[in-house]
Design a protein around this ligand. Structure first.
Ligand code: NAP
Length: 306
């Protein structure tokens, strides 16, 4: 098989790992960074790639995205090959750690002890996690893993997704009424949704107003899920804090008000990276499936947009 690795910036991380993993799996494949398009069997891809016209790749059975989010490729009209997104156990682990860490920061009120120039002896004890309701918007690979980790710490989690779900031990809602209900009760909201036309500005002024006073938003999903201006207005009102990992423009421009707002924490899109050590296993599994004509894992539904 001929595998085209069309993500040059990431090649050094995969150059040794991927051929070794393919060899271990007994797959006779050559991984290259340049090839005659008509000879390529599988394309490994990142949105920053030079490859934007998929038309000449007539033999390619799959395009394997190295990122979990596919909004920058899903609408490419030249892409008629199957598109798979990255579902990587290492990436999921990273996201769980980011969400837990930032949830605990706010839950325990850590800031007032970390930055305490006046040496104030504030002995207010935080409530237990069991009395801090969380709304998890998105119950996919990442949202569900984070919901489970928060539940393991006793946070009462309510999930919300596009379709109705019956997940053992997890209260899950859907639809506009479900969203209003989840937000109205939440002290922490986590947004782990893909960017699609339906999710853009999901948290607008009207829906942000459903949140109780002092509630905290953690957004490791995508910047456009939240209306920037509505968020700033809500924070200037009763909203407690927003910890944001993703933005409409990245890197976040130096003059963006998010940098200096006292109730906003900016993290630079580091919540969860694809980890080559674990991601190669996912790539190899799909390359084997492409070779054997089996259904591919983590296929993107183009109409749905994720
Ligand atoms: P996923 O498995 O595809 O899950 C997406 C979830 O969002 C599903 O539960 C889906 O509902 C829900 N959803 C989609 N559209 C919706 C809508 N219109 N209304 C309500 N719910 C909707 O995706 P994932 O792997 O969990 O990843 C989620 C997102 O995280 C990615 O798309 C990416 O943007 C972001 N991400 C960020 C980083 C980072 O470093 N910051 C890293 C990786 C990923 P159904 O279950 O009903 O389909």
């Amino acid at each position: 098989m001929l595998i085209l690795f069309a993500a040059p910036a990431l090649w050094p991380e995969y150059e040794t790992l991927l051929p070794a993993a393919l060899a271990r799996a007994g797959i006779a494949a050559q991984v290259v960074t340049e090839a005659a398009p008509e000879e390529v069997d599988v394309i490994i891809y990142a949105p920053s790639s030079w490859l934007q016209d998929f038309t000449p790749y007539v033999k390619a059975k799959a395009v394997l995205n190295l990122w979990a989010g596919v909004e920058r490729i899903v609408g490419n009209a030249t892409l008629t090959q199957a598109l798979c997104r990255m579902v990587d156990p290492g990436l999921t682990e990273g996201m769980v750690e980011w969400v837990l860490g930032h949830a605990l920061r706010h839950h325990l009120g850590m800031d007032r002890h970390i930055v305490n120039p006046g040496h104030v002896w504030d002995a207010t004890c935080p409530p237990l996690a069991r009395s801090r309701p969380v709304a998890m918007l998105g119950l996919g690979e990442l949202g569900l893993a984070c919901a489970r980790a928060l539940q393991a710490m006793n946070f009462p989690v309510t999930g919300w997704s596009r379709t109705a779900k019956d997940i053992p031990g997890l209260r899950s809602l859907h639809g506009e009424t479900g969203l209003k209900e989840a937000l109205s009760q939440a002290q922490i909201v986590v947004t782990l949704l893909p960017k699609t036309p339906e999710t853009e500005n999901l948290l607008n002024a009207e829906r942000l107003a459903f949140l109780p006073k002092g509630a905290v938003i953690l957004n490791p999903g995508r910047g456009p899920l939240i209306d920037d201006q509505a968020l700033l207005a809500a924070l200037d009102g009763g909203l407690g804090h927003a910890t944001l990992d993703v933005f409409r423009t990245e890197p976040l421009p130096q003059d963006h008000p998010f940098w200096t707002h006292p109730k906003i924490t900016v993290t630079p899109h580091i919540a969860a990276d694809t980890r080559p050590e674990t991601a190669v296993g996912v790539l190899v599994a799909n390359i084997a499936r492409a070779r054997d004509g089996l259904p591919l894992l983590h296929l993107v539904d183009r109409a749905r947009g994720y």
